[in-house]
Design a protein around this ligand. Structure first.
Ligand code: AHR
Length: 504
């Protein structure tokens, strides 16, 4: 029998868990907005055309802040197109996704949807094809109460109160050659600094995210962060990280260890940010906004989905509609463990994305909405991970991966909310063949009992939820869990993600 041991001690705190860690991302891309969150003719559509079935699922998912409106889309976006009378809003080419953007849903409509789902807005400004002035205009429109041209325009457009947007992304993936207006780190650092300074002059309360690398595997990774932060260190609060993982060439073992890469990515960016701070003699710390993370089969987009042709600019085409398997969800759960393990410095994160587009929620026009496999680790972690993330002592056997060498078969994190008397443990078993019995020393938590224990696993690790079988994969109660004399044991099936909630 394969075994592992964990010790949880509430004194060993990594950091307080910010609700913003459970953020999402909605881009004007494919069927995310149109036919996703917004479908006026749908049987569940409300008076504004938003699907109530999707609103209910987004609420159940437990998403805090939602990044909007892109993504690559934002680098060609003119925000003024998306406000004012709908019938006067222009249809525009969206060069990022070779589609037509109708602007039927814009800033006001999206803000209204956010109120329905109970999430906050995190806005991205276009620093690709536009500049500082347009970013300042958007901030004035959004956050100034009244008495100026743009704040009064907002009021005339039906919104008396400011939107009060706190989180702002200074562009998107500006290191990527695919990005409209892609710049060198030096050029981007200068415009980001100038824009940030102006934004703070308008609203000192904003929190600003400067673009880090779009992946840790970019040729400029590390140097990009150093140069960009050298320009912006005093002006911003966060640097972004983006990472997508996929099963490549059938190498499930490496795929299951993706969080090793995420851990390393986070730690490298922290080290680089701290280096820039040290050189400047600054006591300020820059946090990480991991504002795009997920499993994404990106080659499928380049090989199958990509739209081309001068006469071919569809509205809301089916793009990036990955269907997630059990193994995808286990990796996804382990990425959430990685975020929690770094809760001291990763204080904001956005699952990319939310509906239809590499999403935990899928919809069919005129038809149902359903949960993908990845829905479960997100909703359960968001609900149970409260208070502080704890550092664990983990003793687990290892296995060999092609991509990352020797990797522990078990990964885990624990959270603790002293006030509420609640704790939670999240675990993955990366073994493709062996169940693993984990013994957890919970003496430090006092006299606790198990409130819930869930596991996501399946004999077919490639099983998925589809329109035909929307509940093929769900989480099940893990009834192997026992607690006795300060020792908890649980058996984790092969390729599984689990969560245990404890109460004192
Ligand atoms: O999430 C899909 C795309 O991935 C985003 O538009 C972009 O920022 C990233 O490359």
């Amino acid at each position: 029998m394969t075994t592992a041991r964990l010790t949880i001690d509430p004194h060993f705190v990594t950091g307080r868990i910010q609700r913003r860690l459970f953020g999402g991302f909605v881009e004007h891309l494919g069927r995310h907005i149109y036919d996703g969150v917004y479908e006026p003719g749908h049987p569940t559509a409300d008076a504004e055309g938003f699907r109530q079935d999707v609103i209910d699922l987004v609420r159940e998912l437990g998403v805090s802040t939602i990044r909007y409106p892109g993504g690559n889309f934002v680098s060609g976006f003119r925000w003024e197109d998306s406000v004012g009378p709908r019938e006067q809003r222009p249809h525009r080419l969206d060069l990022a996704w070779h589609s037509t953007e109708t602007n039927e849903v814009g800033l006001h409509e999206f803000a209204s949807w956010l109120e329905k789902v109970g999430s906050d807005l995190m806005m991205a400004v276009n620093l690709g094809t536009r500049g500082t002035l347009e970013a300042l205009d958007l901030l004035e429109y959004s956050n100034i109460r009244g008495g100026t041209a743009l704040s009064e325009l907002r009021r005339r457009n039906g919104r008396d109160e400011p939107f009060g947007v706190e989180m702002w992304c200074l562009g998107n993936e500006m290191d990527g050659p695919w990005q409209l207006g892609h710049r060198s780190a030096d050029d981007y650092g200068k415009i980001a600094s100038q824009t940030a300074k102006g934004m703070r002059q308008i609203d000192p309360g904003v929190k600003l995210v400067v673009c880090g690398s779009s992946s840790a595997h970019m040729p400029t990774f590390g140097e990009w962060e150093r140069v960009v932060l050298s320009h912006t260190y005093d002006d911003v609060d966060y640097i972004s990280c983006h990472a997508y993982y996929e099963e490549k060439d059938g190498d499930i073992d490496s795929f299951l260890a993706s969080a090793v890469d995420m851990d390393h990515f986070i730690e490298t960016v922290i080290a680089t940010a701290d280096h820039v701070g040290a050189v400047r003699g600054s006591t300020k710390k820059i946090d990480i906004s991991f504002d795009e993370w997920n499993v994404w089969y990106i080659d499928r987009y380049h090989g199958v989905d990509k739209i081309e042709g001068i006469d071919n600019w569809p509205v809301a085409p089916r793009l990036l509609e990955d269907v997630y398997s059990v193994v995808d969800a286990v990796v996804f759960g382990s990425l959430m463990i990685s975020l929690l393990k770094h809760a001291d410095r990763v204080t904001s994160a956005s699952l990319a994305q939310l509906v239809n587009v590499i999403a935990p929620i899928m919809t069919e026009p005129g038809g149902p909405a359903w949960r993908q496999t990845t829905f479960y680790p997100f909703s359960i972690t968001s609900r149970l991970a409260q208070g502080e993330a704890l550092e664990l002592k983990l003793d687990a056997p290892t296995y060999t991966t092609q991509a990352y060498g020797e990797v522990p078969l078990v990964d885990a994190v624990a959270t603790h909310d002293a006030e509420a008397g609640r704790s939670a443990v999240f675990l993955v078993n990366r073994s493709r063949t062996e169940p693993i019995t984990v013994t957890v020393d919970v003496v430090g938590l006092g006299d606790v009992s198990v409130l819930e224990a869930h596991t996501l696993s399946d004999e077919d690790v490639h099983a998925k939820n589809t329109l035909e079988r929307p509940e093929r994969v769900t989480v099940h109660v893990n009834d192997s869990v026992r607690i006795d004399g300060g020792e908890l044991t649980i058996t984790l099936p092969p390729v599984s993600w689990s969560a245990i909630a404890l109460a004192r």
